[in-house]
Design a protein around this ligand. Structure first.
Ligand code: 3HC
Length: 282
């Protein structure tokens, strides 16, 4: 399928990042948010990052303006009716995603591919809420989406080759690296990274080190680009706890379960960078 127009549902950190890379790659994008204010905020954030690229000489102002011109925001899901591909990046709740996919199926063209950016939920379970699960795939981007090259392209139980190939073709046009995989808990990266980050948080208490020391240990001793506490703050403590719970529910491995320290932080509203405070203050 020749994908030209992409819908992105949910313009939070991930959705806005996905919309940004898509308009930069020449796709027309319709981004859906629940209010005009949130849509405008995301568009402003995208424009800010593209303007930084202009300031750094990585883009011309004309290229930025053309890219921004390819982005439309909407609050009505029906505005996505004409999209060839819709990428969902809403809250990580199965019920909410299933309801959304039911609506997308009703509103979008029958040949449109429907993708979820879920981190840790089952793509097959999301697809099962539709009567056309064959056109549902996972397209899992990494945070921050404009900077991280990987997209896991997840084949659910009933995904067709055509749907998977359409997603792979889009990833290639985005200039990103695709890793095709099957729909297993955590797919590839989170299956490894979530328990690893949970171990890192447990080590804070076991070895009695500060977040600063742990981060220094992993950046200087293991070559990580950023330390685990900085990374969990970037991902969002709520998002990380939720992904841990989802993996623990499926795999029942103790290392998957979120450490109580992270659950307490989440409950106290210390969500990391987005809330202004997590392991660090922002
Ligand atoms: N969108 C667009 N541009 C952005 C951006 C964003 N969200 N965030 C930063 N940038 C831009 C900045 O503008 C910055 O330039 P400027 O400061 O001059 O304007 C430019 O990118 C480079 O930023 P940095 O200097 O911070 O870049 P670094 O070279 O330090 O690399 C990094 C940053 C790529 C994030 C690197 O630290 C890294 O690889 N960290 C690990 C991230 C990671 O592991 N992510 C995966 C998380 S797990 C996940 O997402 C799965 C999920 O399911 C939970």
């Amino acid at each position: 399928m020749d994908v030209r127009r992409i819908g992105v549902v949910g313009l939070g950190a991930m959705g806005a990042g996905i919309a940004q890379v898509a308009i930069e790659a020449g796709f027309e994008v319709v981004g859906r948010e629940v209010s005009d204010e949130l849509g405008a905020k995301a568009a402003g954030r995208i424009r800010h990052f593209l303007s930084r690229k202009v300031e750094k000489g990585q883009r011309t102002a004309a290229e930025r303006d053309a890219a921004v011109g390819r982005l439309a925001t909407a609050t009505d899901l029906a505005e996505l009716a004409d999209c060839d591909l819709v990428i969902e990046a809403i809250v990580e709740e199965l019920d909410a995603k299933q309801e959304l996919f039911g609506e997308l199926e009703r509103l979008c063209r029958a040949d449109a591919v429907l993708a979820t950016n879920t981190s840790a939920l089952s793509v097959t379970e999301i697809a099962a809420a539709t009567s056309s699960p064959e056109r549902v795939v996972g397209m899992h981007f990494f945070n921050p989406a404009p900077l991280m090259p990987l997209v896991e392209v997840v084949r659910a139980e009933l995904s067709t080759d055509e749907a998977v190939e359409a997603a792979l073709g889009v990833v290639e046009r985005l200039g990103k690296v695709a890793v095709p995989c099957h729909d297993t808990p955590g797919f590839v990266v989170n299956r490894v990274l979530i328990p690893l980050l949970n171990d890192c948080v447990r080590v804070l208490d076991e070895a009695r080190v500060t977040p600063e020391s742990l981060d220094a240990a992993m950046t200087n001793g293991a070559g990580w680009p950023m330390g685990p506490c900085t990374l969990v703050d970037l991902v969002g403590i709520d998002v990380h706890v939720h992904a841990s719970e989802a993996l623990y529910e499926k795999l029942r491995e103790p290392r998957m379960a979120p450490p109580p320290r992270l659950v307490a932080m989440r409950n106290a509203g210390l969500l990391g960078r987005k809330s202004g405070r997590g392991f660090y203050a922002y």
